[in-house]
Design a protein around this ligand. Sequence first.
Ligand SMILES: Nc1ncnc2c1ncn2[C@@H]1O[C@H](COP(=O)(O)OP(=O)(O)OP(=O)(O)O)[C@@H](O)[C@H]1O
Ligand SMILES: [Mg+2]
Length: 355
Amino acid sequence: MSAPSEGATVGARSASPAPEDAPPVCARGLVKRYGDITAVDHVDLTVRAGDVYGYLGPNGAGKTTSLRMALGLIRPTAGTVELFGRDPLVVGARALQGVAGFVEAPRFYPYLTGRKNLELCAALDGGEARERIGAALDIVDLAPRARHKVAGYSHGMRQRLGIAAALLREPRLLVLDEPATGLDPAGMRDMRRLIRRLAGEGITVLLSSHLLAEVEELCDRVAIIRTGRVVYEGDLAELKRTAAGDYLLRTTDDVIAARVCNSRPDIRQLRHHGSELRFSADEPAVAALSIALIEAGAAITALAPETASLEDLFFRLTEGDQGDSGAHPEVSEASQSNGGSGAAQPAAVAAGGHR
Ligand SMILES: Nc1ncnc2c1ncn2[C@@H]1O[C@H](COP(=O)(O)OP(=O)(O)OP(=O)(O)O)[C@@H](O)[C@H]1O
Ligand SMILES: [Mg+2]
């Protein structure tokens, strides 16, 4: 029912069991080059069972290209991706068992009705997919329009029909490329509710988005991609903590203040900015620090939380080349200098320059 790569709606029924405890998505070292352009540059992703995983990045960051590789629609220049432990390029369509979704936008025959399009999808899938059409239309709230031609559907209705098509396959993993983009606020809200509902039913969701608020509302884990590179992967809650936990400190004695801060393990990511110190910490650590500073003889002239919002952090992570040298502040380097291991430490990027 759709072209194999553009606007592809992908999926297969979960007919045979996937390997036990293999994660729904495991990408390692994924690279895609188009001539001079490196669309995806050594991306590692792990989507765990039960995640609502946000793949977040600005336009052109490489989200769609990554998802296409994940679904076996295009061949990586390098690297591997496995779905429930199976590589689509090795085992073919069998890797898509239990996987459904769409990339860019779902495509349907415009001169056929929504229901007829779903019937064609179900016929391709075989099995009991056809019996699920009514329920799928109900879930996406399209039952009243199912007998209308898709040509007359709004953008939001087509998106929802795409999800209905995916649901025919009873997916365990749903891959959605910017499912709410182009929808009006009510359409976005409905799409988010729908995704939450599906996640609540135990479907693992990998969705791409360039909207931080959307990801914030829906996702528990995220990867943030910029110019093909993942600059943060991990818990959204952890990213939020980083955004909220930055403090600025000025005292009457810079040397004592730095020594006291350095001696306290709960004062993290200490940075010097002229006569100010900046660090990450939680509130109890800041309270204890204030006492320690006074006891050590450094009177506090300013101790204030930095107001970096999650949105600021997103921009720091996705708008890179503002450092003094003009170099891109790569998180991996920054996180190493902070003793980071593997996962990027987003606050470390702030040290590389911001806007
Ligand atoms: N088939 C192609 N040929 C050449 N360049 C491509 C091709 N597909 C993608 N690119 C380039 O790869 C980069 C990443 O594109 P991609 O579509 O993956 O970004 P995206 O994050 O999905 O962006 P958007 O938010 O706009 O959908 C862009 O520079 C794009 O121009
Ligand atoms: Mg895209």
